[in-house]
Write a protein that binds this ligand. Structure first.
Ligand SMILES: [Zn+2]
Length: 311
């Protein structure tokens, strides 16, 4: 059996597996009880101070109870004393705003499935962002950060130049639960940004993507990664020159390695002179907090990453 057949067999096998679990997932998320349905489908409001996430402080991601889409990070949750979970930021593109029929307020819905979440208010000066997403606990499901690492979700690590830009595009991909900017592939433990910037630690600026295998696949995310940076540039990316800006796929297991090599071979067969390295993943060190969600926090757009169709 040649490599191509092995890869195709793997892909068919995983597609069949995920099809099966996907239908179970749909059932789980659409099987709303009466109380959930009255808020989520009929735009009701739970009684204040009764929801299970009102004073919840654990680290993780809040997803839509109806469809499982990632909506809010716990790092954006704050105490507002209003009786409902409050966030001053949503995951980019995850929440839709619509004028409430009351003519005064702005309703918020899951952008993916239209589930009613609550309302959003501005100008209350409760946090620096001056925004309060007032969300019904019952519209949410919490996924602890520890569970994101447990195997229920898939993990992918990619390096393609400045991590701000790679993070920006992958965060918007369907099925992505979280993206963390960081450093990997080097020899120094717990490196700082300043150390990595010297280009002497061996680390690449990279992102760790946690995704829901029922809603996307490693292959889809990898192809997107290869279309948002230039996999033919060696020694840097765009204007950023240096080993820390190299293009590299850090695979977590043999399946990811096969898929990575296969996708790169597809690009090579189309005439691309690929510079992307394929390397077994080693320890990933999250970057300093100010690098996380950089473009979103700063209201800017990437300077050296853009989507270009290659597959
Ligand atoms: Zn939803």
């Amino acid at each position: 059996m040649n490599t191509k057949i092995v890869v195709v067999t793997f892909i068919i096998y995983f597609a069949a597996m995920s099809e099966n679990s996907f239908s179970q997932e749909i059932l789980k998320f659409y099987d709303l009880n009466k109380a959930e349905s009255s808020v989520i489908n009929n735009k009701g409001t739970e009684t204040p101070f009764t929801g299970k996430y009102t004073n919840y402080k654990d680290k993780g991601t809040y997803i839509c109870k109806k469809c499982g889409a990632a909506l809010y990070y716990s790092s954006d949750k704050f105490e507002s004393d209003c009786g409902w979970p409050s966030f001053d930021n949503e995951i980019k593109g995850a929440v839709k705003r619509i004028p409430d029929p009351d003519g005064l307020r702005t309703e918020i819905e899951c952008a993916n499935c239209g589930a009613h979440l609550g309302h959003v208010f501005t100008g209350e000066r409760l946090t620096a962002k001056n925004v309060r997403h007032c969300v019904n606990s019952i519209s949410l499901e919490f996924v602890p950060a520890a569970l994101l690492e447990s195997g229920r979700y898939g993990t992918a690590i990619f390096a393609g130049g400045c991590f701000w830009g790679v993070e920006y595009f992958l965060q918007k991909a369907p099925g992505v639960i979280s993206v963390t900017s960081g450093y990997t592939g080097g020899t120094v433990k717990n490196p700082t940004y300043q150390q990595v910037c010297t280009g002497n630690t061996g680390h690449a600026e990279a992102v760790k993507v946690v995704y829901d295998p029922q809603k996307t696949s490693y292959d889809k995310l990898l192809k997107l990664f290869l279309e948002i940076h230039d996999p033919t540039q060696s020694g840097g990316q765009g204007p950023d020159i240096g080993d820390q800006y190299r293009s590299e796929i850090f695979y977590m297991n043999d399946d990811q390695k096969y898929i990575a090599e296969n996708d790169l071979n597809i690009l090579k067969s189309k005439g691309f002179k690929i510079a992307t390295l394929v390397t077994k993943a080693s320890e990933f060190y999250p970057a300093e907090a100010y690098h996380q969600d950089y473009y979103f926090k700063n209201g800017k757009t990437p300077y050296c990453h853009a989507y270009i169709k290659r597959f």
